[in-house]
Design a protein around this ligand. Structure first.
Ligand code: ATP
Ligand code: MG
Ligand code: MG
Length: 554
């Protein structure tokens, strides 16, 4: 993009290519399959895959599956689907850290032989005590000076399943006095007698994140290993492993600030809690900041990519306002979403001077600014529905205040006639059940005659030819802009009114052909998307993606 200055990682890559430091850029997106991806991951995906596209490189999708107890195949499948939906394709086959477990094990043995790793019998708690505080040197583990033979034997028996979970670890022998706690003899392997979704029961020990990540990068020839800032402290350890192992390639780690958004949480653990405790209806609940939730809500992938571009890539942590994301979504939908009319809360209107059996075909553009999107047919009949909120019995309401229908005055039905309200019918409780109206002849696509001044334009559907639908309206999931800060419990800020279900809504007949995830602008009401889970041809369900205007003002 010539029009936009390069961000710091683009600059690094550009320079590395120009100076011949690398021949081809290789990045990776390395999710742990322990939950669904969220908007923060979308930023990482756009960054890693985007760099590869931009600089003619490749990007791997690698599952960082070193922790079998929290991982599941369901998450692997969902993550793949999310990456593809966002518009990216990984290089070659999907990769798994577990593909390299044999190599990692050999490399661990090599470290032991070189006197750079040992089996430690301290419990996690004891080990933490020995490690001490960053302000003073830690204490060596009493097991630090075991012989190579003993270490090799114990490591083999750890893997053979002879010892209990938590009873032993394999640790690197680095520096118990380092001010960087990650270098105080970090754990390479822990005992976990758990079945793994890729390797089954083959392993009783599993590598730590630190012992796995850089080596995965090295095996795959990753040139730029991009992670979030909290891993900056791990970089010396990342480099230590690369320097001390017979790796085929030297990757480099770079860090950027993670995305935080107002009015939501971006932590898989907390999102999982929302799902597990039933606060939402699954990972893909349209209120969730997950990629699958935003997809179901109707956020277009191009809008998410645009959002990631808008917010940029920096090294300084900051929180992005939710309205920036909403702007990107609204902007995209305004340009691309077909228009349709849908009456949320229907009120019957009978047009007394239109013959009962007749149907007149009205036409409207699918998109007012894009003729190429074609036209839609709107059957006009004697009985119609308008929005209950578009009629008021009080004919003294000023034209300025109420630009809709009142007895004795006119409105235009969008794309059809100008009508006047004449009389109302009410039920026993005094609720208006029918408005009797009359149309002004010759007003379709033409100005009304002198003296007829419509108050405004309202939407409508034929009462005979329409589709019944359910609309689901969403508000923000949290009422607090920062639900996840300080010592707040994020659950306290859950918005009890984040979902409103409207049934018995009446959409224009063309909506019957809508497919799952199709987007629409329901005129005057907002952007909607056909739900990809609950909707059936017999009972359409639309999710409101977002309102027409920014309704949330802080
Ligand atoms: P969480 O903290 O939500 O559990 P994670 O970082 O543990 O997320 P991973 O599956 O390990 O999740 O992340 C995969 C990649 O996505 C990593 O490279 C990570 O740095 C990146 N990532 C995760 N969260 C964000 C975020 N909020 N902003 C940007 N990148 C992120
Ligand atoms: Mg993680
Ligand atoms: Mg995490």
């Amino acid at each position: 993009r010539p029009d936009k200055p390069l961000h710091f990682i683009q600059q690094i890559v550009k320079q590395d290519l120009e100076q011949g430091k690398i021949e081809r850029l290789v990045t990776r997106f390395p999710p742990e399959p322990n939950g669904y991806l969220h908007i923060g991951h979308a930023k990482s995906i756009c960054l890693n895959f985007g760099l590869a596209e931009e600089f003619g490189g490749v990007c791997n999708l690698r599952f960082d599956d070193t922790n079998p107890t929290k991982e599941e195949q369901e998450y692997v499948d969902a993550i793949k689907a999310d990456v593809i939906w966002l518009g990216f394709q990984w290089h070659g086959d999907v990769k798994y850290a577990s593909d390299y477990f044999d190599t990692f094990y050999q490399w661990a043995q090599a470290l032991v032989r070189a006197g750079k790793a040992y089996v430690c019998d301290l419990s996690a708690q004891e080990a933490s005590r020995y490690r001490g505080w960053a302000t003073e040197p830690g204490k060596d583990s009493p097991y630090r000076n075991r012989s190579v033979e003993e270490n090799l034997d114990l490591l083999g028996r750890m893997q053979a399943g002879e010892f209990d979970e938590g009873s032993r670890t394999l640790r690197a022998k680095i520096d118990m006095a380092s001010p960087n706690m990650h270098l105080r003899d970090p754990v390479l392997y822990r005992i976990r007698k758990a079945r793994h979704h890729q390797t089954g029961d083959k392993w009783c020990i599993y590598p730590s994140y630190d012992f796995a990540h850089g080596q995965e990068d090295a095996i795959e020839g990753v040139t730029h290993s991009i992670c979030t800032l909290e891993f900056a402290d791990h970089r010396p350890l990342y480099d230590w492993f690369i320097a001390n192992l017979p790796v085929p390639h030297t990757p480099t780690q770079y860090e950027f600030a993670r995305l935080e958004l107002t009015y939501t949480v971006t932590s898989k653990r907390k999102l999982k809690q929302l799902v597990d405790e039933g606060h939402v209806d699954g990972w893909d609940d349209p209120r969730m900041p997950t990629i699958s939730g935003m997809r179901r809500r109707g956020y277009p992938p191009a809008a998410l990519r645009h959002f990631c571009e808008l917010i940029g890539v920096t090294r300084s942590a900051s929180t992005v306002d939710m309205s920036t994301l909403e702007y990107a979504v609204r902007d995209h939908l305004n340009e691309h979403a077909p228009r349709a009319m849908c009456v949320l809360n229907p009120l019957r209107v009978v047009v007394s001077n239109f013959p009962a059996g007749d149907v007149e075909s009205m036409t409207q553009p699918v998109h007012p600014q894009n003729a190429a999107m074609g036209e839609r047919r709107l059957p006009f009949t004697r009985e119609l529905y308008i929005e209950r909120a578009d009629f008021n019995e009080d004919s003294t309401l000023s034209r300025k205040k109420f630009k809709r229908l009142v007895p004795g005055d006119w409105v235009r039905l969008r794309g059809a006639y100008v009508i006047r309200a004449d009389e109302v019918e009410k039920d026993a409780q005094g609720n208006i059940t029918v408005v009797h109206a009359s149309l002004v002849p010759g007003t379709v696509g033409a100005n009304p005659p002198e003296g007829v001044r419509p108050r405004g334009v309202i939407h409508w559907v034929s009462a005979r030819e329409n589709v019944d639908c359910e609309l689901r309206l969403y508000e923000r999931l949290f009422t607090d802009a920062a639900p996840d800060t300080g010592d707040k419990d994020f659950l306290d800020a859950l918005n009890p009114d984040s979902l409103t279900v409207l049934s018995g809504c009446k959409g224009e007949i063309g909506l019957a052909a809508a497919a799952a995830e199709d987007h629409f602008q329901f005129e005057r009401e907002g952007y909607f998307c056909l739900d990809n889970r609950l909707s059936t041809p017999a009972a359409l369900v639309f999710n409101r993606t977002i309102g027409l205007k920014d309704g949330f003002k802080d």
